[in-house]
Design a protein around this ligand. Structure first.
Ligand SMILES: [Zn+2]
Ligand SMILES: [Zn+2]
Length: 358
């Protein structure tokens, strides 16, 4: 079978033939039907997340169960499933506290998988999945069954961008009707945050990006205002918020510079939620007096502070009953062979989500 493989940091990934192991105990084999190209895949390719290579990319996907190993009662052959890149162990201290998104057993950017390349060399897989591939063999607790009526491309997006974006708004930040919200960085996650903030009754929902081409995508997702990320941003946000700044700013680019923009755009006592995953050497500088005087909260949202086993089926029902529309989040549909071009578009800051269809 074929998969998108990165061989080294900074070199373009290529579609290669790979060999999967048979599913062992507590594992399942899934035929991928749709997979999103996420910014974290780019961070694997350019080395920001320092994974081990060679690496099968991809972690946002949905498909059909092809085979199950021993001791699997969670799914059966033919079930439609979404992949979960942070399956909680349900045994560690964090899981016991009800914070499974911080599970001590998850979070490694790459893990050995039992897969090999065509020459028999072992491959790592992204976040335990390696889902930009025709098939995957993954832990049984990393698949979540969803209704067969749910389109695969929507199901795929639920697994990363949408669970993250909606969770950041509802669970991490707790946006309430009337809150003023700014969202900085309008990729798949940022547009999910825009849609979720509008659905939560936020007004205004100010969408911010470096590219003017994101305006139409932002408005389609539910933004009330679109602003370019430039020197006038802070003033423009304040003129829309009674001079105060927003109640909640969401940083979805994963950069120190945009975290500072989000900080400055927030009112005294407001909250900055960092959703983007940045690099460890990109340092945010904040003044000590500013921190005290502004009384702001700065926190991050990991996987939307969500429990995917609980929250993902609920989101699937919301897509099916029409209360969540994922249409505006998808800007491109392509084949696995076109996935490197989709990564290039993302690196240039173009479009919303690209979905690879199998
Ligand atoms: Zn992702
Ligand atoms: Zn755990």
């Amino acid at each position: 079978m074929r998969a998108l493989v990165a061989r080294a940091a900074g070199t373009p990934p290529r579609v290669e033939e790979i060999v999967l192991p048979a599913p062992g105990p507590a594992q399942v084999r899934v035929a991928i039907r749709a997979a999103g190209v996420c910014h974290s895949d780019l961070s694997m390719v350019n080395g920001t997340l320092a994974p081990t290579y060679p690496l099968v990319l991809g972690h946002e996907a949905a498909g059909v169960v092809l085979a199950v190993g021993a001791d699997v009662d969670r799914v059966r052959l033919g079930d439609h499933v979404v992949l979960n890149w942070a399956p909680p162990c349900r045994q560690c201290w964090y899981c016991g506290r009800g914070e499974p998104w911080l599970c001590a057993a998850t979070g490694a950017p790459s893990v050995p998988s039992g897969s090999t390349d065509a020459d028999g060399a072992p491959l790592h897989v992204t976040l335990g999945l390696g889902a930009l591939a025709e098939e995957v063999v993954v832990a049984a607790n990393a698949v979540i069954p969803v209704p067969a009526e749910l389109p695969f491309e929507a199901a795929a997006l639920l697994g990363c961008a949408v669970l993250t974006g909606i969770g950041a708004v509802r669970r991490t930040a707790g946006v309430v009707p009337g809150d003023a919200v700014a969202v900085i960085g309008l990729g798949g996650v940022g547009l999910s945050v825009v849609a979720a903030a509008r659905a939560a009754g936020a007004d205004p929902v100010i969408a911010v990006d470096l590219s003017a081409a994101k305006r139409d995508l932002a408005v389609a997702a539910g933004a009330t205002d679109f602003l370019l990320s430039d020197d006038t941003l802070n003033r423009s946000v304040r003129t829309r918020t009674g001079g105060r700044g927003v109640d909640h700013a969401f940083e979805c680019a994963g950069r120190a510079a945009t975290i500072r923009l989000a900080w400055r755009a927030t009112r005294r006592g407001g909250q900055v939620t960092v959703v983007g995953m940045g690099g460890k050497d990109d340092v945010v500088e904040l003044g000590a007096l500013d921190i005290f005087h502004s009384a702001r909260i700065l926190r991050s949202s990991v996987y939307g502070s969500s429990d995917p086993d609980r929250d993902l089926p609920e989101l699937a029902r919301a897509v099916l009953d029409g209360s969540i529309d994922l249409g505006p989040l998808i800007s491109d549909r392509s084949t696995l062979d076109e996935a490197p071009a989709a990564l290039d578009r993302m690196a240039r800051g173009e479009g919303a989500r690209s979905v690879i269809l199998f």
